[in-house]
Design a protein around this ligand. Structure first.
Ligand code: NI
Length: 390
């Protein structure tokens, strides 16, 4: 493996940082300590620090030798609302919060690359190290883009990385086009007419209406979506009713949809609304409709995905880079950065996912063996894209 020797030398130091951050997990927009940690390290390395985008966001700017070109490298800093079940010394000290997605490792790998690049400056132009809050659910990356991330820190392309349990340490996976799905949520409140459970003819039963809506939604995937396009509609909550013998007035349905292509996403939203309204109207009920787009799909641009794959191959060997991984139905806030700029998002092997070491499991822990792999990838990526002119 072509781990950068200098980065291998501070593997121990990176492991300490990673475990320190793991011990003090912070969730969406509250990453005060983590943000401070990152800003302090960047300043120690002699990197210019900008704070305040999306509140706790940090951007480190490092200039190489000459030229106006610039590239953005992104790590996420937030943890999850999970009660950690691990017993090791660096387990979470913040009750009910846990780094169960490895963003502690992501933060440290980008810091490792920043330290190395600040020492060597073996590139032309500028590297912007982007540390974002609130990747999970709350769209911290979107907020940074809305608050002018790329106006303040213009880049030609931007790159993201996520650890991937189930792939060996020393491997990567990346594909051009969609790599992670779009994630939307919906809420439908069906209003009928409450009645005695023994006298249904006196009311309009929102339970029966809701049951038909849930079933009919499944035909949107099976009948209205191209068989080769992936889509998911999951009704995940049904709320309503209090008594054995009362037909309730209202039922609330909630859930999530996933898709890769924007046109499939548009069609799902339209079809769901039409089907739900049609069933309500046919059965004499009424409804309210809320459909919220959370994250778009994470779509790698072709040229940048190829560069990322080549650099990953330089670090771990070409045969250890999977070029056609099956896209994940999970979602990623980095998608908003990719809507603004060309770029690519890569998965990095984090070792076996046995013993429940899966993302978002209370038994998860980022595999520290992968720290120098990810840091070397980041460093080589910047050096390759911003290769010196002469
Ligand atoms: Ni994550």
């Amino acid at each position: 493996m072509a781990i950068i020797n200098r980065i291998a030398e501070f593997h121990g130091e990176m492991t300490e940082w990673r475990r320190d951050i793991h011990t003090h997990p912070e969730t969406a927009f509250e990453e005060e300590r983590t943000s401070e940690f990152v800003a302090k390290k960047l300043a120690e390395f002699g990197i210019e620090v900008h704070r305040g985008l999306a509140g706790t966001g940090v951007v480190g700017t490092l200039k190489g030798r000459k030229g106006d070109r610039a590239v953005g490298l992104r790590a996420d800093m937030d943890a999850l609302h999970i009660h950690e079940q691990n017993g090791f010394a660096h387990k979470s000290k913040n009750q009910g919060r846990m780094h169960a997605c490895g963003h502690d490792g992501h933060t440290v790998m980008l810091l490792g690359a920043a330290k190395y690049l600040a020492e060597t400056k073996n590139f032309d132009g500028t590297v912007h190290f982007i540390f974002q809050p609130a990747e999970e659910n709350e769209g911290g990356g979107r907020v940074m883009v809305e608050q002018g991330l790329f106006e303040k820190f213009p880049v030609e392309s931007v790159y993201g990385l996520h650890n991937w349990p189930g792939m060996p340490v020393g491997s990567f996976g990346i594909r051009p086009g969609p790599q992670m799905a779009a994630f939307d949520i919906f809420e439908i409140v069906v209003t009928g007419k409450g009645a005695h459970g023994a006298m249904p003819h006196q009311g309009i039963d929102p339970v029966v209406v809701s049951a038909q809506i849930v079933t009919a939604f499944q035909t949107i995937v099976s009948r209205n979506t191209h068989p080769l396009d992936a889509a998911v509609i999951s009704v995940t909550q049904i709320h309503g009713g209090d008594a054995w013998n009362v037909i309730p007035e209202q039922i609330t349905l909630r859930g999530t949809t996933r898709s890769f292509k924007p046109e499939v996403q548009d069609r799902i939203e339209e079809n769901m609304k039409r089907v739900a309204e049609g069933i309500c109207s046919a059965m004499g009920a009424s409804m309210s409709w809320r459909y919220e787009r959370r994250y778009p799909s994470t779509i790698n641009t072709e040229k940048e995905a190829a560069v990322a794959a080549r650099v990953a191959g330089d670090v771990v060997g070409e045969k250890n880079v999977v070029l056609d991984p099956t896209p994940s139905m999970g979602s990623e806030d980095f998608a908003f950065l990719l809507q603004a700029k060309p770029g690519a998002y890569i998965w990095m092997g984090n070792g076996p996912d046995t013993n429940n070491r899966r993302l978002h499991s209370p038994h998860y822990d980022f595999n520290d063996e992968a720290l120098p792999v990810g840091a070397s990838y980041w460093a080589r990526l910047a050096e390759t894209i911003l290769a010196k002119a002469g």
